[in-house]
Each structure stands twice: as structure tokens, then as C-alpha cells.
Ligand binder design. Structure first.
Ligand code: SF4
Length: 289
């Protein structure tokens, strides 16, 4: 067990009530709905996934674009690596980052609004959330644990999916079906309905380091044909996260697992609790870069 796993075990064994928030790429590594019961056996009091947070992020993006219609470029990214690259290498592009928090941040805000006494643990497909995003917002998230680290902990404790028959568990917070594709490259642009604001040729969906550096270079030179850039660091989006246990699965298979989860949620009205924006409209999801 590493220091993060030990810190989480200590928290779960304490008197604190602990909320687990699963990044939306979770179906690649964890079985649904069994993961809810498995995490409760590990010691979490509540378990949520982030899709309602992603819906609120989309709502704030839309609001920002409506209120700032004449901006030259709009960079939309929930990825801390992208924010870091822009801050370090392209400071002139910083003004174009849409000042809205990530779905992780948004969902913690939503859960904390309802359960202010809970500790928040984010389950992440990468360490960038821990190393770059968490320190930017002190007090936001108590622990970030990666998919790989959590898988090892479940294995070590002998917690298996077989003990949890299908349908026994639902998430403890709101969900939104259509934002379940958020971890797939282009999921943000698609679900935020940016085509209502930009022509198709003005929208750029890009992932992978060399690909986005080229776009950023063109933007820096003022010659980019794009106005709205949906950008993620990892190839394929967060489904390509380096700390996914099953990271060697083909990209198509990872996408399939995420889409299958979405399709199952759409078909099964008991699968969760659909989140309407009125539940979270009062919470500020803005930020500064
Ligand atoms: S794109 Fe990669 S680095 Fe960025 S948040 Fe997703 S998994 Fe993390």
C-alpha cells in the first residue's frame, strides 16, 4: 500500500463519514452497479458518479458563452494537464480558458452543499487530478485515489463483485444520462451543445499532446480557424488515463464500456436519480485561471 492508500484506509477507519466520487471513466475498471456495494463494504458511507456535475459544468459553459459572445477563442477543458500546459507554455492563451470548474469540482460542490459534514474522496483515472487540480483548490477534495490504487485496495480486502447481485445498489447522488460520454474525446462539445453557438468548422475536438500543441501554436500565432476547442491531454480523452487498471484495453473497448453504461442507465429508470439543474443552480461553478 502506498501513502495515498494508507491515508484513505485511515480515513475510512475513522469516525468521519466519507463520500466516494467516481470519475466517469469508471466502467472501464469497475463493475456497475456492484461497485456501489463494494465501496460501501470498503467503508464509504455514500458513493456518487460525476455526470450530474458534468451537466452543471455544461450549463455554466453555455452561460459563459452567451454572456461573452465576442471572445476570439474559447478553450474548454476539465483536464488539469491542459490548464498547466497553457499556464506554463502558452500564457497568452490563458484568457481563452472558459472559467468554469471541472466536473470533479462541480460534483464535490453539489455533494458538499447537501452533506457538508462528509469527507470527499475522488477516484481518478490519472494522478494529474491529485498533483495539479487538488492543490489549486485547498480544502476541496480530501483524498484523490487512482483507479489502479482503489482496485488494489479492493483486491487486498477480498471485496469482489460476486457478493453484489445486479440491481441492488444505486448511486447516492443525482446522475445525468447523456453526460456519461464525458470521458470520451469530444463528449464535452457534444453534450454542451456547442453547435448552437459555433459553426461546425469553428469547433475543434482534440486529444493527445502533439495534436493539441499544434492547435495551441496556431492559436498563439492567431491563425487558428477554430473558435471553440474541446481539448483533453490523454489519447482518446480520460478513457486513455494513465492510472486506469485496464489501460491496455483497446480504445474502442474502453469507449464501448462507457457507452454501454450510458445506454443501460437510459433504459433503466431505476438505475439512478436523474438530476435536474434546479438542484444545483444556486451553486457557483465559476473559477479563475
Ligand atoms: S485527459 Fe488524462 S490527464 Fe486529463 S483529466 Fe483526463 S485522464 Fe487526467
Amino acid at each position: 500500500m502506498n501513502e495515498h492508500q494508507n491515508k484513505l484506509l485511515e480515513l475510512l477507519n475513522s469516525e468521519s463519514k466519507v463520500y466516494a466520487l467516481l470519475a466517469p471513466a469508471f466502467p472501464i475498471d469497475f463493475p456497475h452497479p456492484q461497485i456501489v456495494g463494494m465501496l460501501k463494504e470498503l467503508g464509504f458511507e455514500k458513493v456518487a458518479e460525476l455526470t450530474f456535475g458534468a451537466r452543471m459544468v455544461n450549463y455554466w459553459y453555455k452561460k459563459y458563452i452567451e454572456e461573452n459572445p465576442n471572445q476570439k477563442y474559447y478553450i474548454a477543458s476539465p483536464c488539469p494537464m491542459i490548464v498547466n500546459v497553457i499556464e506554463k507554455k502558452y500564457p497568452e492563451l490563458r484568457q481563452y480558458l472558459i472559467p468554469v470548474v471541472s466536473p470533479m469540482h462541480a460534483m464535490i460542490n453539489i455533494c458538499r452543499d447537501r452533506h457538508p459534514d462528509y469527507k470527499m474522496v475522488f477516484v481518478s483515472p490519472c494522478q494529474a487530478k491529485r498533483a495539479l487540480e487538488a492543490p489549486r483548490f485547498p480544502g476541496l477534495v480530501d483524498i484523490v485515489i487512482t483507479f489502479k490504487e482503489l482496485s488494489e485496495m479492493l483486491e487486498e480486502k477480498g471485496i469482489k463483485k460476486d457478493s453484489y447481485p445486479d440491481g441492488d445498489y444505486a448511486f447516492d447522488s443525482f446522475i445525468t444520462e447523456y453526460t456519461k460520454v464525458y470521458p470520451i474525446s469530444g463528449g464535452l462539445a457534444k453534450t454542451a451543445h456547442v453547435r448552437n453557438f459555433f459553426k461546425p468548422e469553428e469547433i475543434c475536438i482534440v486529444d493527445g499532446i502533439p495534436n493539441y500543441l499544434k492547435i495551441f501554436d496556431e492559436m498563439k500565432a492567431g491563425i487558428s480557424p477554430y473558435r471553440f476547442i474541446d481539448v483533453l491531454n490523454c489519447v482518446g480523452g480520460c478513457v486513455g488515463g494513465p492510472d486506469i487498471k485496464n489501460k491496455d484495453l483497446p480504445l474502442e473497448e474502453k469507449d464501448r464500456l462507457v457507452i454501454e453504461y450510458r445506454d443501460r442507465a437510459i433504459k433503466d429508470p431505476d438505475d439512478g436519480k436523474h438530476g435536474d439543474k434546479e438542484y444545483a443552480e444556486h451553486i457557483d461553478m465559476g473559477t479563475t485561471f
